[in-house]
Every structure is written in C-alpha cells, then in structure tokens.
Design a protein around this ligand. Structure first.
Ligand code: ADP
Length: 159
C-alpha cells in the first residue's frame, strides 16, 4: 500500500491544508495527517482539538487518517509505513527551509518529500493569518471550514 504523510501544526486546519490533503488522497492509497506535538510552542487549540477538527474536516475522504506525533518526522513515517512526505509550497519563501528539511529527511532515512504547489486561492493563507483575521472580527469564511471558524471565534473571544 502506498502511504503518504502530510505533517504540520494545524492550529487550526485551513482550506489550504485541506486542499493539499485532498489532492494527496487522490494520489496515494492512504494519507496520514500528522499533527506535530511541539512542547515548546503553545497553540490556540490543544493537540486533541486539532485532531478532532482535522478528523471532521477530512471525514469525506475514505483514505485519510489523522494521528499525532512527536520527535522526528522520519520516525513517524517509518512507524506508519509511509515512504513519502507531502508538503504544500505557498511561495518561494517556503522553499529554502522546506528544501533543507527534505534533504535532511532523505539523508536520515530515505523518506522522500514531494512538494505540491498551493492552490492559488490559498497561496497567502496560513493558520496564523486566519487567527488574526478572526481575532479582529474579519470574515474568514473563505479560508477555513465554518465549524472551524466558529470554534476559533469562540476561543479567541474568551481570551
Ligand atoms: P501554517 O501554520 O503555516 O499553516 P502548518 O505547519 O500548520 O503551517 O502547515 C503544515 C503544512 O501544510 C506546511 O508545511 C505546508 O506544507 C502546508 N500548508 C500550509 N498552508 C498551506 C496553504 N495555504 N497552501 C498549501 N499548503 C499549505
């Protein structure tokens, strides 16, 4: 079975992430969305909340699973039986760091990275930007699923 991992923080999932995951799901037998547990960075949502939202947002795909991981991405890939990492590239600015990571990962373990060009509709989109928009009352309805926007608004209004 050909499996690919789509890793990230997903704090929260955006339509840009979902576009990449959906396209990857057409190319591979199974796609595992890997939510990185990063103890040095607190997010707006807990890892469990991010997973819950990702599961809901990807429930329409029969071959997408959502899991969390910590430590090296290549170890997670090995544990999942995935030989490929899929990364979305938004702009040239993403490229330098992504290239370094891809080369390190292939050196560490032979795991390949495939870069997928972002859908131009979402090329400027990041979770951080969506958080700012929602925090200040902007309309984020084109950028995240409705249920995510509502959870984000409720969370950011609490603080
Ligand atoms: P961010 O906080 O910047 O959204 P994440 O770590 O959650 O970053 O993103 C995980 C991965 O999803 C990124 O490495 C990138 O490959 C991809 N990604 C994020 N946003 C987009 C987007 N708008 N279009 C395409 N790919 C994206």
């Amino acid at each position: 079975m050909r499996r690919a991992v789509c890793p990230g923080s997903f704090d929260p999932v955006t339509n840009g992430h979902l576009d990449i995951v959906g396209r990857a799901s057409q190319l591979f037998d199974e796609v595992i969305v890997g939510v990185l547990i990063n103890h040095s960075k607190t997010g707006v949502f807990t890892i469990e909340e991010r997973i819950e939202m990702l599961r809901e947002a990807t429930s329409g795909y029969g071959n997408v699973r959502v899991e969390s991981f910590h430590g090296l991405l290549v170890d997670f890939c090995r544990a999942q039986g995935a030989a490929v990492v899929i990364k979305g590239l938004r702009a040239v600015s993403d490229f330098d760091y992504e290239l370094q990571m891809a080369q390190m990962n292939i050196g560490l373990s032979g795991v390949e990275t495939l870069f997928m060009p972002t859908n131009p509709l979402y090329s400027f989109l990041s979770s951080s930007l969506v958080k700012d928009v929602v925090k200040w009352g902007g309309d984020a309805s084109s950028y995240v699923p409705d249920f995510v926007r509502e959870r984000l608004a409720a969370r950011l209004r609490q603080n």
